[in-house]
Design a protein around this ligand. Structure first.
Ligand code: GUN
Ligand code: FE
Length: 427
């Protein structure tokens, strides 16, 4: 088969590590069949005949990665923000999610959500749906259409929520999950199922055991929530007195990393034991700074996670977070870490632009494989940014332009978006 080459020309920035951003002005990003060959200041002879898309003077960065978002919560963004997690779930999230029982509502709401995902700079995303099988398939259909690559979870929940949003028992939840999985088989190219026990308070032991069986049989990854809020953590202690710590309540069922790729959202109040287990088990932390502010959850010790070598990415956590932008999540991760440093722990310095950019690209991208950078061998997800809305006199360095866009970028600034080497339509 003929190889499909592509060159993007522009001012290119990408993360090499949490401490280093590569910046190459007027450079060529070369890919073949969606895989990066390299970023070159002079175009090598071998690539001279490849089609070239000329974005001279524009900023090109890797597509952003959102490791944690609730698609069904998009309609109530910005509402109920004076509550903490458990009351917010009862008064807003559960009531909204119950509406997805209605296929018409699901179709309309997920259509709007998918449009929003298309507009922004995100190219990879891990999301929660609701417990409803038809609605979750509707969400997956809508995400497939966007051209983004996503993991989507039918949520499992069989306790501690209203009748309108609770599965009868573990058995019923398993039957529904298997039905959902069989419907997804062969249906999608870029939309993948991920097992999604909502959080420990929502899942009986019977359900967790069942999910482990399904996980093993289908080889699925897992996403859930961990140590987000003090009330939640206390409740988990009461519900699972046998667990050594919150994360252990997942690990006891084999749903906490090791051979199971796992994302745990938040990890704001993880104990040293929990942090050690996350590291040993290679669990991904989805840091969601805006949600952690809105729901007064706290400020996660992200500097510690990065320095100890945990796997960390960013999440918008809509609708705990109100914005889908991972550029915003980068800026907020830095801002929250500054307050944390000043007010809570002066031993843990604030995060840097390098670290925030890393988490929102290569750090979270690692969940998807070699994703989130332009180093050779990485899948070519790229975003071309238009800076003209932020016009200023004089000239800034490329590093300064990137930092500025982390703080200022909006969806309208996304000029083009490529996923695995393919240009995707923005609307
Ligand atoms: N924990 C359990 N469910 C949720 C949710 O929907 N959002 C957040 N932020 N935390 C949760
Ligand atoms: Fe969440």
């Amino acid at each position: 088969m003929e190889q499909k080459g592509l060159i993007l020309k522009g001012d290119i920035c990408y993360s090499l590590s949490k401490d280093c951003i590569a910046t190459k002005e007027n450079a060529y990003l070369v890919s073949v069949d969606g895989i990066v060959k390299g970023v070159f200041e002079e175009l090598p002879e071998a690539y001279q005949n490849f089609p070239l898309e000329d974005f001279t003077g524009k900023l090109i960065v890797p597509g952003l990665v959102d490791l944690h978002i609730h698609a069904p919560q998009y309609p109530f963004r910005g509402i109920g923000m004076d509550l903490e997690l458990l009351d917010w779930l009862d008064c807003h999230a559960f009531l909204e999610e119950a509406k997805y029982q209605d296929p018409e509502y699901a179709k309309e709401a997920y259509g709007i959500f998918a449009e929003a995902m298309k507009r922004g700079a995100t190219t990879r995303v891990c999301m929660f749906g609701t417990l409803h099988v038809p609605a979750t398939l509707t969400l997956m259909d809508a995400m497939e259409e966007t051209g983004l690559i996503s993991y989507v979870g039918k949520v499992n929940m069989d306790r501690n929520s209203p009748d309108s949003l609770r599965e009868r028992d573990g058995e019923a939840s398993m039957v529904a999950t298997k039905e959902w999985l069989s419907e997804t088989e062969g249906r999608y190219q870029r939309t993948h199922p991920i097992l999604t026990p909502r959080f420990i308070p929502s899942c009986t032991n019977e359900l967790m055991e069942g999910l482990k069986e399904i996980q093993s049989a289908y080889g699925l990854p897992v996403q859930s929530h961990l140590s987000e809020n003090f009330g939640e953590i206390q409740w988990v202690k009461e519900l699972c007195p046998e667990a050594e710590f919150y994360g252990d309540a997942y690990d006891r069922f084999g749903l906490f990393g090791k051979e199971v790729p796992t994302i745990m959202a938040h990890c704001v109040h993880s104990t040293e034991e929990e942090i050690r287990r996350m590291k040993e088990n290679r669990v991904f932390v989805a840091h969601c700074p805006q949600s952690n502010m809105n729901l007064s959850s706290g400020a996660a010790p992200v500097r510690q996670y990065l320095e100890e070598g945990l796997l960390v990415g960013l999440g918008s956590d809509v609708a705990g977070g109100v914005h889908t932008s991972i550029f915003r999540a980068m800026a907020e991760a830095i801002q929250v870490s500054k307050l944390r440093w000043r007010m809570k722990d002066d031993q843990q310095k604030a995060l840097t632009v390098e670290e925030a950019f890393f988490m929102g690209t290569k750090g979270g991208g690692a969940f998807f494989g070699k994703v989130g950078s332009f180093e050779p061998g990485f899948e070519m997800d790229a975003v071309v940014l238009e800076e003209s809305f932020h016009r200023v006199p004089g000239k800034h360095s490329l590093r300064e332009r990137l930092e500025r866009m982390i703080y200022l970028a909006e969806d309208r600034d996304v000029l083009e978006k490529y996923v695995k080497g393919k240009k995707i339509k923005k609307s």
